[in-house]
Design a protein around this ligand. Structure first.
Ligand code: ADP
Ligand code: MG
Length: 328
């Protein structure tokens, strides 16, 4: 495969943004930032065999997810995604067609946000495919949805439903079986095609104050990150954590709690805001058909996330509880 031929094939024929001065084809990309906006940048890497398996995900799914996880980080900063760059290390086990399909998966998602692919790097490797995506976004300069912005007595909220993605992964890995095909499709799709909560992030960014995190490592882990950064505590009501009817339907046979608390990769948003602002947030989300749920409150109990279960018992929610999820 010829590197330059490949780059030409993945090069977009046009850019959405007029602010891109130089796209793919020179030594580096050049774009003009918007006046009075902050530039928000993140990068995430996916490694074959660690973050995806070639026999379980299509190249399109892999590309889609490599970009989606970055857009989720941008959303958690209350920013809008604008540009992306892709560095790819290619082993000989991947065909050019498959690589182009990875880009198609990214393009499918990026076009919905009118994001431009503005550069990247192409190298060969002897082993597994590695794909690194960088996303550049912008937020109005007053926006600061940081992890350390929680305050005592804040409402703790999450978007969407929690636990679906890792239940989907368990299905893919055949750790569980005999799941109804409709439920199976729903959960596996939640794993392969996560939807970054950009619109919710924009609504949260307009609040007077909010702390925010996206759920990549699991709800327990992200809640602990919020309390650590804010030097506070939380009480989470287990019964209030939103769970899809699909995942709920499995609760008699499987321990769904481990997926809900420790699973991760839902790419929903979790955060806190004042009680007064919560009503505003809830209404704004309802108006736009975005599910957002109060799951608990912030306390001044230093660094402690407590989970109140169905029986009213309090247990401390540690960052991770199920070891077999650590090697995911
Ligand atoms: P250089 O040697 O100056 O780094 P390259 O030959 O690596 O240039 O890249 C040429 C152009 O193609 C640059 O604009 C670069 O950003 C872009 N590019 C290279 N690889 C990729 C890729 N895998 N995906 C997207 N753009 C790429
Ligand atoms: Mg290069």
């Amino acid at each position: 495969m010829d590197e330059f031929d490949f780059i030409n094939k993945v090069k977009p024929t046009r850019n959405f943004s007029k602010q891109v001065m130089v796209g793919i084809g020179d030594d580096a990309a050049v774009y003009q930032p918007t006046n009075s906006y902050n530039q928000v940048v993140c990068v995430d890497t996916m490694v074959e065999g660690v973050h995806f398996l070639k026999n379980l995900s299509s190249p399109q799914d892999i590309g889609y997810k490599a970009l989606a996880v970055n857009i989720s980080d941008i959303a958690a900063m209350g920013a809008l995604p604008l540009y992306y760059l892709v560095s790819i290390a290619i082993p000989s086990t991947w065909t050019e067609d498959e690589l182009i399909q990875i880009y198609e998966g990214m393009e499918e998602l990026s076009s919905t946000y009118k994001m431009d692919l503005i550069g990247g790097d192409t190298v060969s490797t002897s082993d597994k495919l590695v794909i690194t995506v960088t996303v550049i976004g912008e937020a109005e300069s007053h926006v600061q949805t940081l992890r350390n912005k929680a305050e005592d007595r804040d409402i703790v909220f999450v978007t969407g439903t929690i636990g679906d993605s890792s239940a989907g992964l368990s299905i893919l890995l055949e750790e569980i079986e005999n799941i109804h095909p409709t439920i199976q499709n729903y959960l596996v799709n939640r794993h392969k095609r996560p939807i970054a909560q950009v619109e919710a992030g924009q609504i949260i960014a307009e609040l007077e104050r909010a702390s925010l995190n996206d759920i990549s490592d699991g709800l327990a882990s992200e809640l602990n990150e919020l309390v650590e950064a804010s030097k506070l505590g939380m009480i989470i009501n287990e019964e209030h954590i939103p769970v899809s009817k699909e995942l709920r339907s499995m609760q008699d046979v499987y321990d769904i709690k481990k997926w809900i608390l420790y699973g991760g990769e839902d790419f929903e948003l979790v955060g806190t805001t004042s009680e007064r602002e919560w009503d505003k947030l809830k209404q704004a989300c309802t108006d736009r058909n975005i599910t957002i749920t109060k799951i608990g409150v912030v306390t001044n109990q230093h660094h402690n996330v407590l989970l109140k279960n169905r029986n009213g018992q309090m247990i401390q929610l540690k960052k991770s509880g199920y070891n077999h999820f650590n090697n995911k």
